[in-house]
Design a protein around this ligand. Structure first.
Ligand code: GLU
Ligand code: MG
Length: 597
């Protein structure tokens, strides 16, 4: 989840004082990078995936499942057995927000040959086995986007009570600080978001109204000092901590483009797919022990890191703050970057005018300058005292400070200083899937999409405001089947076609037919595309839908929107059996099951 520095973190009051310093040098660092590498061409296609995992414990005796707060130790073991002794180790492990989470990536990026699509699932399987081997016997690694009972009493192992005191980190009524990764970056981000905002973060997710759900659905929070009661909306599941959002798991893909122009083009094109692929990956229907009315984590994370003040949110007239800001730091992108995207930039863009001018004067074009000047309306959230003064020629931490705390659907990534890495874009909206087969399928689907977009020069752009509307729709319950998305029909950039959209899968298949692909790889890819196609048509369920059905059919379920400990245990046990190949699940993958080893 971004830059990790060591040292003494500053509190919000001190951080605020240095905000302009960080921004000023961040922009200088960006300009230095840009001027050095703006003309780089012919970087080869490389790409990689990131999978976020949760550690859970199956307590058979009590029929309870808990998240295990040992991510730190597990991570250390994995790094010591892997990258630290072998630079070519096939996996890499990184920390994530929750102290019960870890993130795994392939040891080296994948390259441009087709046969590499055939190695993705193998690598994910390696990761799962490697990390599972570092756990205790009754513990398991699980790729579920949102732990259904996150924030419920006794949901962690070891068990901790929440710490709703000012001196704590989240001050949450539900989410104990011990569930936050112990690296100071994570607690600092959490506390400084809360202090900048002036109150705890507020997350209200509509509850799924079942036959016996109380009307109105209103909860009482015994330890609340009043803030919770004021913030909680009726008929909503109320949450009050960054962990409820950033403690969720996702699946991301990063691509290296051959040049900055190609990176900008891909950034824009893929941005239009974010809501659609997110809806296809929907996997998070339950929050804090309740069945919700949404299927995706997006809005929850967005609210969980919303550090805007009431003035910035438009609740009070601007007096102490500089800008009215329309979105959280974690949200969909606000402007396209390529020249073909310019005419579709129809969202109000708040920018820092001074930075914008500084960038233009530094030789940056309008579109890129406004993108950066928009990211830089935010304040830095975590600063380490030892890292205030940097060598702007050779370091980029101040730029990365702002860049890596703008968590948008797409991220445009300049090369790090003095590296042979090229211009990259990151695709960030997907929810993590239960099995390596599904995760590989989604990753390969997105990578293939970039291949056809570039090879056939396709154009999927629609006005950005429509992408935002799609983003809202995509999170709704069963959006894939029940909702409509804006989508462009004439994707062949004026080269005929006359608005007849052949469908994505046929385009991908056509591309594959024209490529040299060995039979085995071909078969793998076809299976992946079949999964995506069947999820899109509704023939197969999304993870979210499948989880909903599991709960609604559970003998203990009372039609009251409550996911009890026992239901959660049975659900996650079943998930574990499916993910480890001990059980089939035709509703999710169809028949025959692929590649379970
Ligand atoms: N876990 C976050 C999500 O579900 C992403 C954190 C990151 O950027 O790595 O979107
Ligand atoms: Mg991550």
């Amino acid at each position: 989840m971004g830059l990790l520095s060591q040292g003494s973190p500053l509190n919000w009051e001190e951080t605020k004082k240095y905000a302009d310093h960080i921004r000023k040098h961040g922009i200088i660092q960006f300009l230095n990078i840009y001027n050095k590498v703006k003309d780089r061409q012919r970087d080869v296609l490389k790409w990689g995936d990131e999978v976020e995992y949760m550690l859970i414990e199956m307590d058979e005796a009590n029929e309870k499942v808990r998240i295990v707060l040992s991510g730190g130790e597990v991570l250390e073991t994995l790094q010591e057995q892997g990258e630290k002794i072998n630079p070519n180790h096939p996996t890499l492990w990184r920390p994530e927000y929750g102290s019960y989470m870890i993130e795994g990536t392939p040891g080296q990026p994948y390259g441009g040959t087709m046969s590499e699509f055939n190695t993705v699932e193998d690598n994910m399987d390696k990761r799962r086995r490697e990390a599972s081997a570092a756990l205790k016997p009754n513990e398991t690694l699980c790729t579920v986007t949102a732990f259904p009972r996150l924030g419920c009493p006794g949901f962690t192992k070891p068990e901790y009570r929440p710490t709703p005191v000012e001196a704590g980190v989240s001050r949450s009524l539900f989410f104990p600080d011990e569930a936050i990764n112990t690296h100071p970056r994570f607690s600092t981000l959490t506390r400084n978001i809360r202090h900048r905002r002036g109150e705890k973060v507020v997350i209200n997710v509509p509850i799924f109204r079942d036959q016996k759900t109380p009307t109105p659905f209103v909860e009482n929070f015994p330890e609340d000092d009043g803030e919770g009661a004021r913030a909680a909306l009726p008929d909503h599941i109320y949450m009050d901590a960054m962990g409820f959002g950033m403690g969720n798991c996702c699946l991301q893909v990063t691509f290296q483009a051959c040049s900055i122009a190609e990176a900008r083009y891909l950034y824009d094109q893929l941005a239009t797919f974010c809501p659609i692929v997110m809806a296809l990956s929907a996997a998070s229907p339950f929050y804090r022990g309740y069945v919700s009315d949404i299927d995706c984590r997006w809005g929850v994370i967005s609210a969980s890191v919303d550090d805007r003040t009431p003035e910035e949110r438009g609740l009070k007239p601007l007096k102490n703050d500089k800008y009215r800001i329309f979105k959280s730091r974690y949200d969909s992108i606000d402007s396209y970057l390529s020249s073909c995207g310019e005419k579709y930039n129809d969202i109000d863009l708040t920018i820092d005018e001074d930075i914008y001018k500084q960038l233009l004067d530094g030789g940056i074009d309008k579109l890129l300058a406004q993108h950066i000047a928009h990211l830089f309306i935010r304040d830095p959230l975590s600063i380490f005292e030892e890292k205030l003064n940097l060598d702007d020629e050779n370091e980029s931490d101040h730029f990365e400070n702002l860049q890596s705390t703008n968590w948008q659907t797409m991220r445009f990534k300049p090369p790090p200083p003095n590296s042979d890495i090229g211009w990259r874009v990151e695709f960030r909206p997907m929810e993590v899937q239960l099995t390596d087969f599904e995760n590989s399928a989604y990753v390969v689907f997105v990578v293939l999409l970039t291949r056809v977009i570039l090879s056939y020069k396709l154009d999927f752009l629609i006005p950005l405001s429509k992408v935002d509307e799609n983003m809202k729709v995509a999170q709704k319950r069963n959006a894939v089947q029940e909702d409509m998305f804006y989508f462009r029909k004439d994707i062949f950039k004026g080269k005929g076609g006359e608005g007849v959209f052949p469908g994505l899968i046929p385009i991908l298949n056509c591309y594959l037919e024209n490529m040299e692909v060995d039979v085995d790889t071909r078969c793998t890819i076809l299976n992946y595309l079949k999964l995506i196609k069947k999820r899109a048509s509704g023939e197969l369920m999304t993870m979210a839908k499948w989880m909903r059905e599991f709960v609604s059919q559970h003998p203990q379920y009372q039609q009251d929107s409550v996911v009890t400990d026992k239901i959660n245990y049975d659900l996650l046990r079943k998930c574990d059996r499916i993910a480890t190949g001990q059980e089939r699940c035709p509703e999710l993958f169809g028949e025959p099951i692929n590649r379970f080893k």
